[in-house]
Design a protein around this ligand. Structure first.
Ligand code: BDP
Length: 598
């Protein structure tokens, strides 16, 4: 699905702002049929939970309503008119005036609703969006709604980050021509100094496809026609980590001598490949440095914010990080566009977090009932997961920054049924994108002895917490465990390995000369110990610290004002570990620490 863009043939109107807002229990039936009777207004984009000082709203289970009026530009009489939600977390029903016009399930992928037959150019209409943050065993991520002793519904979920909900990304009204480009897929390569751009264009209506590729200065370097083909780029400038270079592919639809549609796609020419135990970008071994992140800031929750986008990337650069993982869900498209332009490498993760009953069993990892069963992650969950993978790959396939798909975080890959659950999903991901490696982030309980699915994947991504949840405060024992664990995966798989999570909760301002958990010194020594171990393994191809910044978590006793494993605080101030990482990472330029890149 193409992102709405302003082009010579397409227009867009941004609908962000302040919308009327109410939770379902405070309005009557069919509230979309009239002006919402509410004193509240909510910011869009933003999660609604932290906007109001009202616990009933914050932890609401069920639908909430957003409403505003929208006027269709009067020049759109002969255009297709679409409404685009960059995300509605986790499900949406959209009403134009009194009627339901569309629905979507999945909180982190976009959807369009075609209003061409519903409204006319120049007309004003009432737009109401019902959004639900509910998680069940038919959603990704999964969850469970329990009813308390007082009859109140309570959302239970199996991941620690707070379940923010609402319209956290932009909303658009946009026009497309009646005959139009509906999809573009680009795959790049190079041989010596000559680059190649394979393109495939899908269209609707009549017309002939013409494409041209321009360099960053706007000079046309290659042209083609027809819905598919390969463009050759002489003296190609590659897209490289830390040195982004983007061409622009202009895709046009020509009919009766005129351009009826025009759509630009940013193209970075680069290759990605796993060979033996190496992860290659442009044929060169690449070493990931960086973080698992969250979309999380005060008040906005998961609301996309361009100021934080820019600042977070500045901090990545400051720390010498070359990459991050979109833990634990697809991020706003603006984030990937930015990564494309700034040469930051992305591991793009689905929202499949918490497919693991073992976490409910505490440190024992013993599930109360099997994860991969109809009681929890059954056929409906798997179908939702497949649909989510389809939507993610369709959205992000053309981003040069995205070098790998991570199709789940910490699934119970040690349990019976994991192989049956994941095999069709891996096949689907490979069919949708044969070019990028696949991974999943391994939970602690899934060991090199009991994991059942690693053979399906290209890269081993380990989440490990020795020195935190296991042997807290004892980094000597932790180091031995870690060494043995990595050695086991090396021996079993021969595949490239990255540490996709390792970290220690840290309260800024707490200090000690001892190995004392929660101190700034402990976080730094913890990371230093891990790095010492990583550097002993040539098979190790990357390190992403958990987490970039502190973030909000679900209510409960396990966290003190959220997860504090951030190397930066929630308002992005560095803890001591940030300086230590900067020292290790700066100047590496994608090479493994201690290696010369050969
Ligand atoms: C891992 C999860 C991550 C958590 C982290 C932690 O993947 O989402 O935030 O542990 O406990 O299990 O800090």
């Amino acid at each position: 699905m193409l992102k709405p863009r302003s082009t010579p043939t397409r227009e867009l109107v941004n609908l962000d702002g302040v919308w009327r807002f109410a939770i379902d229990s405070r309005v009557g039936d069919r509230p979309w049929t009239a002006l919402l009777d509410t004193p509240l207004e909510a910011a869009v984009p933003a999660s609604y939970n932290d906007l109001f000082v009202d616990a009933e709203i914050r932890d609401h289970v069920g639908w909430v309503y957003y409403q505003r009026s929208v006027r269709v530009p009067r020049g759109w009489a002969n255009e297709r008119i679409l409404l685009r939600f960059d995300a509605a977390t986790h499900a949406a029903k959209v009403y134009v005036n009194d009627d339901l016009v569309g629905e979507h399930i999945g909180g982190y992928t976009p959807f369009d609703i075609d209003l061409t037959d519903t409204i006319s150019a120049g007309e004003e209409f009432r737009l109401t969006v019902a959004v639900s943050g509910d998680l069940t065993n038919e959603t990704i991520p999964p969850g469970k709604i329990e009813v308390g002793m007082d009859g109140r519904k309570k959302q239970v979920y199996f991941h620690d980050f707070y379940n923010y909900a609402g319209l956290a990304r932009s909303v658009w009204l946009h026009s497309e021509p009646l005959s139009r480009v509906t999809d573009v897929t680009v795959v790049t390569g190079f041989e010596g100094a000559t680059g190649s751009v394979d393109y495939r264009v899908e269209t609707d209506g009549t017309g002939e496809v013409a494409v041209r590729l321009s360099d960053a200065a706007g000079v046309v370097v290659a042209q083609g026609s027809g819905p598919r083909g390969t463009l050759e780029v002489a003296d190609v400038t590659l897209w490289k980590p830390g040195a982004a270079y983007l061409y622009e592919l202009t895709v046009e639809l020509h009919d009766a001598g005129s351009v009826v549609d025009s759509y630009p796609v940013a193209v970075g020419v680069r290759t990605v490949e796993v060979r033996g135990h190496e992860f290659l970008i442009n044929g060169q071994p690449f070493y990931f440095t960086g973080f698992g992140k969250h979309e999380d800031t005060a008040v906005r929750g998961k609301g996309h914010d361009n100021a934080f986008l820019v600042h977070d990337f500045q901090l990545l650069e400051w720390a010498g990080a070359n990459s991050f993982r979109t833990s634990h869900y697809p991020y706003a498209e603006e984030v990937l566009d930015f990564a494309d332009r700034h040469g930051i490498v992305v591991i793009d993760e689905t929202a499949a977090v918490g497919l693991n009953m073992g976490v409910v069993g505490g440190m024992s990892g013993t599930p109360p009932f099997p994860t991969f069963s109809e009681q929890y992650a059954g056929a409906a969950t798997q179908a939702a997961h497949a649909q989510h993978i389809r939507e993610l790959i369709t959205r992000d396939k053309n981003h040069p920054s995205v070098v790998m798909w991570c199709i789940a975080n910490e699934p119970a890959s040690n349990e019976e049924g994991a192989l049956e659950y994941f095999t069709p999903l891996v096949e689907l991901a490979r069919e949708l994108d044969p070019t990028r490696p696949l991974t999943y982030a391994l939970v602690m309980f899934a060991t090199f002895q009991n994991d059942k699915i690693v053979d399906l994947f290209d890269v081993v991504s380990m989440n490990r917490y020795y020195g935190w949840y296991i042997t807290p405060g004892d980094l000597t024992t932790a180091e031995q465990y870690l060494q043995g664990d990595i050695q086991g995966w090396v021996d079993r798989t021969g595949k490239p390995i990255i540490m996709s999570e390792y970290g220690a909760d840290t309260q800024p301002g707490v200090h000690s000369v001892w190995d004392q958990p929660w101190t700034e010194e402990y976080q730094a020594s913890f990371l230093e110990m891990y790095h010492r171990v990583f550097d002993r393994f040539p098979q190790f191809v990357g390190e992403q610290v958990w987490n970039f910044a502190d973030f909000a978590t679900s209510n409960g006793i396990h966290r003190v004002e959220g997860n504090k494993k951030g190397v930066f605080t929630r308002d992005r101030k560095p803890k001591a570990a940030a300086w230590a990482l900067r020292k290790r990472w700066r100047g590496l330029e994608g090479r493994k620490p201690g290696s010369d890149g050969e």
